[in-house]
Design a protein around this ligand. Sequence first.
Ligand SMILES: Nc1nc2c(ncn2[C@@H]2O[C@H](COP(=O)(O)OP(=O)(O)OP(=O)(O)O)[C@@H](O)[C@H]2O)c(=O)[nH]1
Ligand SMILES: [Mg+2]
Length: 384
Amino acid sequence: MQQCLQRRGCAGRVAGHGRTHTTEAFKPFSRRGPVLVRADANAGASGGPGLLQRLGRVIKEKAAGDFDRFFKGTSKTRERLGLVDEMLALWSLEDYEESLEELEEVLISADFGPRTALKIVDRIREGVKTGKVKSGEDIRGALKTSIVELLNARGRSSELKLAGRPAAVLIVGVNGAGKTTTVGKLAYKYGKEGAKVFLIPGDTFRAAAAEQLAEWGRRAGATMGTFREGARPQAVIASNLDELRQRACKDPEDTVDLVLVDTAGRLHTAYKLMEELALCKNAVSNALPGQPDETLLVLDGTTGLNMLNQAREFNEAVRLSGLILTKLDGTARGGAVVSVVDTLGLPVKFIGVGETAEDLQPFDAEAFAEALFPATAPVKVGAK
Ligand SMILES: Nc1nc2c(ncn2[C@@H]2O[C@H](COP(=O)(O)OP(=O)(O)OP(=O)(O)O)[C@@H](O)[C@H]2O)c(=O)[nH]1
Ligand SMILES: [Mg+2]
């Protein structure tokens, strides 16, 4: 493979060779031995954590293995969905239409969005008509099933599809969504699996952004490319990839497996900045034909339904391949993600559940639905 890289790369560009390697496929690289990682469990936190976050962390640690470990942060959505319990307690088959309309309203208020809420309720209506859904408990089950189906509609695997060597991943999102932190977590994850990871500081607005990325690089045992404050990000991406190509030509041992490109936060409504992002993606594909393998939008889980607008605009600008939902350890509004997945057909790849390197979890639709409608919640089914 290195021969292939040498042959094509040194003549011009480093090219992907079409082999798909997921996490499993990174294992061959671990023959070099695991990358040394200094995982500092407390590093990376900016400022003192709030009470909810502290509480969240304690719950998270105590609930290892439990679904709450993944989705304790769906609390805002869950708060609203508490109304579902009240509704189901009053559920009556006789006037189910009225109840289903109420259910639709509750789902909308819990950030599912009108389109997705209608879709979910329509499925339940079908179930009622065909006699499959009779009780409040049946509705809870049907709700969970619908949510899982919507979330898994684009496949269940949350692994990144990394076909090239190097494979590139472009990380985009609005300001403060958690992009740089996610780049760090991904570097740590793939580094631990034996991949040689290279970070490109595509946020050229602030020197602090590069320092933050460099710190993550140190924690994850990844190398960071050259940063030029104020330079056009597409130029920085291009020069770093060129540098990588030259290094791989001189010494094939220097070939990296994974390139993670961090970008500056931008408002999804800022046309010029979105255009710049498209240029950043072009810079990657010009240097590495067929790349980036993944273009991931980082969404702040506390955002609510506005994440749908963000996802639409970013998808329009750079054609996304997936989503990463962060801050699910806070007071997140997870319901909105169902709407994003349903509307745009984009899979959720990972979730962020904290600020440390290990706080990145694969997305699990069943656990998500379970967290929204915990089985333990008592449902009193009765006639009106
Ligand atoms: N609790 C929690 N905090 C997170 C998570 N992901 C990121 N953060 C925090 O969110 C804040 C912003 O994270 P960054 O990674 O700097 O966000 P960014 O999108 O790179 O920000 P800009 O580059 O300024 O646009 C930091 O304080 C992170 O520690 C998460 O999953 N949970
Ligand atoms: Mg950043």
